[in-house]
Design a protein around this ligand. Sequence first.
Ligand code: R5P
Length: 298
Amino acid sequence: MADTEGSKDTKDYFLDVPARHDGFFLKGAHQLDWGMRNRLARIFRPASGRTVMLAIDHGYFLGPTSGLERIDQTILPLLQYADALMCTRGILRSTIPASFGNGVVMRSSGGPSTLKELSNERIAVDIDDAVRMNVSAMAVQVFIGGEFETQSVHNMTQLVDMGLRCGVPTLGVTAVGKNLTRDARYLGLATRICAELGAQVVKTYYCTEGFETVTAGCPVPIVMAGGTKLPELEALTMAYNAVTQGAAGVDMGRNIFQSDAPAAMIQAVGKVVHELLKPKQAYDCYLTLKSEQAKAGK
Ligand code: R5P
């Protein structure tokens, strides 16, 4: 029994003060359950409402992509700058320290390698394992217009159902095929389908014309995919354009880990995403950090 001797017995119920009921900082998430919002708040910074997610899940269909041959050597030093990490459960268990405290978005679909039809994916993770790994979200590829479109959408809706039972959000990743145009009309279609069918967050590519209509038409947060490696200033400009046109951050891989100076690049991306630093200033910041790191022999 608790020791109640000498307990203070005056009480204050703040009778004149209505109970606080804070909204939630993320679009479309205000009616989600507490656990799901808590997980989303591990991915997105509440102060800015945006995220710098580092995507390193390429190996699930590409094998040891350049920059990811030895994740312990190249990626672990970057974790301190990432709000969230997107990776497979294999890399999470084998290589990522369990002390990593930010968001983990676990790749939860897979099947075909780059040698086969990529849209022929299946769910590749059990919800029990996602919960066991304490992940913040599950990511699934959705191939709108692809050969296995319906199957990939069904993968997503199954994960959404499993995730809702356990408070784990689902990130719908819109894949783009060789024959699909990355314009606002297509991206608007793909992202809206993901959100309508239950994804709590959607990842998609940037397009130069009308990206703001893609973000406006999607009732949940959109994170911008990085895509193939660009010169650093171009990548920073694309990130700036995306967040100022409504994206809730970025989920970038190759433009960070294939940079000449990955640690400098991820920090510069962070300045753009969270402080809305202009691309030229962010690029200067990248160059300064790069030269400091070179001097320090990192
Ligand atoms: C989508 O196919 C996967 O999530 C990729 O591994 C990831 O999106 C690629 O990131 P990035 O295009 O920025 O290298």
